[in-house]
Design a protein around this ligand. Sequence first.
Ligand code: SF4
Length: 388
Amino acid sequence: MNEYKVCGSGGVYIHVPYCRKRCIYCDFYSAGVVQADWRRLVDAFLTEFDMRKEECPEKTDTLYIGGGTPSLLPAKEFERLSTGLRQRLGDSDIKEFTIEVNPEDVTVDSIALWQAYGVNRISVGVQSFDNRLLHTVGRLHDGETARRALRLLSSRCPNVSGDLIFGLPGQNVEGFCRDVREMLDMGVKHLSAYSLMYEERTALTQLRNDGRLREADEMDSVEMFSLLCRLTEAYGLKRYELSNYALPGYESQHNSLYWYGKPYLGLGPSAHSYDGKRTRRWNAGDIRMYLRTYTTSEPSPDLQDKLITREILTDEELREEEIMTRLRTTSGLDCYAYKLHWGEQAWKKLRYKVSRHVEAGNLCFKGNMLSLTERGVMISDEVIVDLF
Ligand code: SF4
């Protein structure tokens, strides 16, 4: 089991809601880039921050620009956004500033721009180096563009993360193994490797349902995951969350906020926020409504109310959330703290369910920390829901 330290206290997330083209598996909110009014969008982000600044975590040390495709932001608007946010947040307090980028946007100039305005972590959406697979899922870049982007990034940026997907239609174990090796050979310090999900209302799911595309063999996906664990380990990266691997010290501090119940403020259409106590808020995934709310001459709380949904978590929901998020991490759930917080009865109920999964080899204890085994990770949703 790998222990890692979460240094982040709170964060701000920005959702850039535009992409050049929709990838067929993606269910994130994004609109076509031809409609983008970048200047107005950045105005809206900054106004939203100003109107919601009391919701911003007291101590904010991570900043994350995700999407969508943030690397589409024109230089001038990226400069305005990052400068505006850093001024508002207190520049010196930001320890980790991440931008998600697509390989086709990575150039010497774009890297220099991102770094000049404080970015110190770049996460690149490679997904695969195999042209046939990239084409199948609708990615715009090819393997060579991804390689070129990684070469440029690795030589200029000390903290690069790469994304891969496994279980792609038509992907085999050997091909995935080549992808992982190639990514690690490029010197990334962090790797996110996700099993392909068939989300509702995506073109991918529609194609499968129509019989025009076959899901990857389940046994192949299991083998790919096992291979991924072995290979990353051989390169010195440790798995610290279900889908995330890092060299020690390169774990994503921002994403860790989500798994450790820390507060964050999400700006932009479809962005989620959490106050670290029991209130969640999320913006509607509607760019027109978003821009109307924050770029009218007098943005009003009434308009804002229509955009934001709020949810107050019950004790039961908080307890389940604690189990679910902590078990995503390899550090796991602190059972001592759980018992102390939720009481003897809640702990007894959980312990009873846990013991069955320990016997089945899905969960294990290290002292008072409970975590998923490698076998448990493959069926994590099932195991976690069973503990509720
Ligand atoms: S995967 Fe990324 S680039 Fe593709 S549609 Fe989704 S957000 Fe856009």
